[in-house]
Design a binder for this molecule. Sequence first.
Ligand SMILES: [Zn+2]
Ligand SMILES: [Zn+2]
Length: 164
Amino acid sequence: MNGAPCVNCAQPMTALNFRDVPISVCPRCHGLWFPGESVRIVRTMDTDRLSQLEALNKPVAHVPAPSAGRFCPDDMNELRKHPYAFDRQVVVEGCDTCEGIWFDAGELDTLEEALALKETAGPPPAAKQTAAIAEVEHLGEMEHLSKVNAALEAIRHRILWPGL
Ligand SMILES: [Zn+2]
Ligand SMILES: [Zn+2]
C-alpha cells in the first residue's frame, strides 16, 4: 500500500516493486514491510535483488520502537512476534491476518548472519529442537510460523528467479 504508515515510526512508507514483488520501505528508519502477498514471491527472488533489499534495510539513524505495540500497515491488526525456529536471537514480527512480515532496519543482515552461524554449527541438538517445538506449540502459531520460516529459509537459500 502506498503511503501506509511505518510500523515502527509512523512515517509514510514508500511502495517499491522488486521485480513484481510489492514491498514498502520506511524512508526514515529503513524498516521493510513485506505484504502477505509478497511473502510467497520472496522465495523466488534472486541474489542481486536480495542484496538491494539488504542495502535498503541498513539503519541510518536510531529510531526508538513505539511503546504501545506495532500494527499492520495494511489492516491495522497488532503484529505478533515469531521467534525464528531454533534461534531465539532472530525474532520476526508478522500479521496473523494478512501474513505480512516486518523487518526492522538491519534485521535482514542479522538474519543472514544467524543463519550462516547455524549452518557452520550444523543441525541443532535434539533437545534444542524439542524446546523450540514446545515453544511454538505454546504460542499456538504453528501454521503462521511455518509460513514465515518457509519465506525466511527461501531468503537464506536465495532460490533463483525462474526463467532468468
Ligand atoms: Zn519508520
Ligand atoms: Zn495485516
